[in-house]
Unconditional design. Structure first.
Length: 265
């Protein structure tokens, strides 16, 4: 983060939200993955801040933001984002969301379309079938029963390719610490929100320019799911990033940033 980064504690509805703001120019809001925090965006904040005002925040139940009992809903998480932007006086922002952050971005675009300019959805999904819901219910139960440390190894295995894990153990250690530090109730409550994901049939009514990015080796939200989103969202661009799994922004930051900056102009 740059020296000019401001750290904020924003009173929001029934919680306080932790956020950082830096840079100058059009607003870009960054929304992280389930079990991570705003810190996962460090390479993107650095790249964007030269020409944008960058807002990175911790989603409800994550990082240093407040936790309320679950389950949450994606509509509620999108309304949190709307309230945060309103509090900061942001009339319009680009949105960059990965995984859970991409789900929130879709719902925000549908509920508050006037707020968003360009939308970037990375390594995410638009509908969770019953089999997927059962998996999220199991993960929520594990978090509540055994704590977040029980989820670290399996999550890192899904989020990064074996080659990257061998090459950059420091990044894995950092991300593992974010997962372990996530409040179990916040994680579990957001699992409940993901169970309700069902935006696919509504995406065709959106008019925002959209970029859908996905790691070629993302087995958590495979390329086929991103292609589905790009086909449903009018005019959306699809970019597949080679040699990356689920956290493509960290595994291939140069390629991710190049596509991001190209799209945002």
């Amino acid at each position: 983060m740059s020296a000019a980064t401001k750290t904020l504690r924003v009173p929001l509805r029934d919680i306080e939200v932790h956020a950082t703001v830096c840079g100058n120019g059009p607003w870009v809001t960054l929304a992280h993955a389930l079990g991570a925090s705003h810190a996962m965006w460090a390479p993107q904040v650095q790249a964007l801040a030269a020409h944008h005002t960058v807002l990175a925040y911790d989603i409800r139940g994550h990082g240093q933001s407040g936790v309320t009992p679950g389950p949450y809903s994606l509509e509620g998480l999108a309304d949190d984002a709307q309230a945060l932007l309103a509090h900061l006086g942001v009339a319009r922002t680009h949105w960059v969301g990965l995984s859970l952050g991409g789900m929130i971005g879709q719902v925000l675009a549908l509920r508050h379309p006037q707020l968003l300019d360009r939308v970037v959805l990375a390594d995410t999904n638009a509908v969770v079938p019953p089999t997927g819901q059962a998996m999220w219910i199991e993960r929520a139960a594990l978090a509540r029963r055994a704590g977040m440390q029980a989820l670290v190894e399996g999550t890192l295995g899904r989020w990064f390719t074996p080659a990257f894990a061998a090459r950059d153990p420091h990044t894995l250690q950092q991300v593992g610490a974010q997962i372990a530090a996530t409040p179990a109730e916040g994680y579990a409550a957001c699992c409940g929100a993901i169970c309700g994901l069902n935006t696919l049939e509504h995406l065709p009514r959106l008019t925002h320019p959209a970029l859908v990015m996905v790691g070629e080796q993302d087995h958590a939200t495979p390329v086929a799911l991103s292609r589905q989103i790009a086909q449903a969202w009018p005019g959306a661009q699809l970019v597949v990033l080679p040699d990356a799994a689920h956290l493509s922004n960290l595994e291939q930051p140069d390629a991710f940033n190049r596509e991001l900056l190209r799209f945002l102009g």
